[in-house]
Design a protein around this ligand. Structure first.
Ligand code: NAP
Length: 305
């Protein structure tokens, strides 16, 4: 039986792994669907302390992983499909078929991009509709695109796309952005970025790839035809907790409930990172909660042994 299984290799999982490994617990870390987490989709992280010139998101998690490995953490690429309480601990089933046993578990499975949920979006996924400018931006060189959303992610996506695209139009469902002032200002002051307010994407159309979208004004219900080559959806995230439904306490939006010490409703299961964070969702707060979860897991283990 393992001491600690950590679910997720984002910055929360990797930080928990560093702390658990340094406590001689030899944690086993399971990658999840997106090995490295959301930071691998971010080119430049500008607000992580210690990097005055910014740091590449993928490099930040890869280095954190290497740091955890140096102290004895083990990493495995697979996806957890269930978590059950058993005598003396927990059993984690993996998609690959394995069943692992551990005295404690840290759930750091993060969150995945939210999609618009309209039928035409499904048809054009990977053919012009995407949630990742860092991954797909280069395919839209000299093209015109839409970015949907009004948060920091949407501004970041729009700004990143200015490297490739001739014109970026941010379509937001309200007339006020949710993004931080600094990101708003950057986007609003960029000559390639325009805004369409109070509007949503009602339909995506095209022959084989995206050729445009029907935009609906939510105040007037008017629909306008907007020609574009790509649609970047940046409307937030959904916590990766499907495998915990019915077994652990989740809130109405599916976030794993945890107290201020990262304890969940199951004694011996701790939470870290975006899977439990409805408020901050920052790389540094995810890392901080990973540290806390690992320290609490260590404390719990010393108490039961
Ligand atoms: P977010 O702050 O939750 O913003 C989501 C945006 O999408 C909101 O503007 C929301 O509109 C809109 N939206 C949600 N559902 C929609 C739908 N079905 N149709 C149309 N629009 C919809 O999410 P986020 O931008 O991904 O940011 C998440 C967290 O990460 C935040 O704390 C943010 O500060 C942080 N973050 C930071 C950085 C950075 O500092 N560099 C970069 C990215 C993210 P409403 O405004 O009307 O609700």
């Amino acid at each position: 039986m393992e001491n600690v299984i950590i679910l997720g290799t984002g910055i929360a999982g990797c930080t928990a792994a560093i702390y658990a490994a340094r406590a001689n617990l030899a944690p086993l870390v399971i990658s999840g669907e997106q090995d490295g987490g959301q930071l691998t989709l971010t080119k430049e992280v500008e607000n992580f302390p210690g990097f005055p010139d910014g740091v590449d998101g993928t490099k930040l998690v890869q280095d954190s992983k290497a740091q955890a490995e140096k102290f004895g953490a083990k990493f495995k690429v697979d996806i957890a499909t269930s978590l059950e309480e058993i005598e003396g601990g927990f059993e984690v089933a993996l998609m690959g078929g394995e069943k692992l046993k551990s005295k404690t578990v840290i759930v750091a499975t993060g969150a995945s991009a939210r999609w618009l949920g309209i039928p035409s979006e499904e048809k054009f996924k990977g053919r012009g509709v995407t949630t990742c400018a860092t991954c797909d931006g280069a395919f839209f060189k000299d093209k015109e695109v839409i970015v949907v959303g009004g948060g920091d992610s949407a501004m970041e996506e729009a700004l990143f796309l200015t490297k490739f695209c001739t014109k970026i139009t941010v379509v937001h469902r309200r007339d006020e952005l949710r993004a931080s002032k600094v990101m708003q200002d950057k986007a609003k002051n960029h000559e390639k970025i325009n805004f369409i307010w109070d509007s949503v994407v009602d339909e995506v159309y095209g022959e084989k790839v995206v050729e445009g979208a029907k935009l609906k004004n939510v105040k007037t219900n008017d629909i306008v035809d907007f020609k574009c080559d790509g649609i970047f959806v940046a409307i937030g995230h959904i916590p990766n907790t499907k495998f915990l439904e019915g077994k652990m306490d989740l809130d109405d939006h599916g976030y794993l409930k945890a107290d201020k010490f990262m304890h969940t409703n199951l004694k011996g299961v701790f939470a870290a990172g975006d899977v439990q964070d409805t408020r901050f969702r920052q790389a540094i707060s995810a890392a901080g909660s990973g540290c806390m979860a690992a320290m609490e897991a260590e404390k719990y283990l010393s108490e039961i042994e």
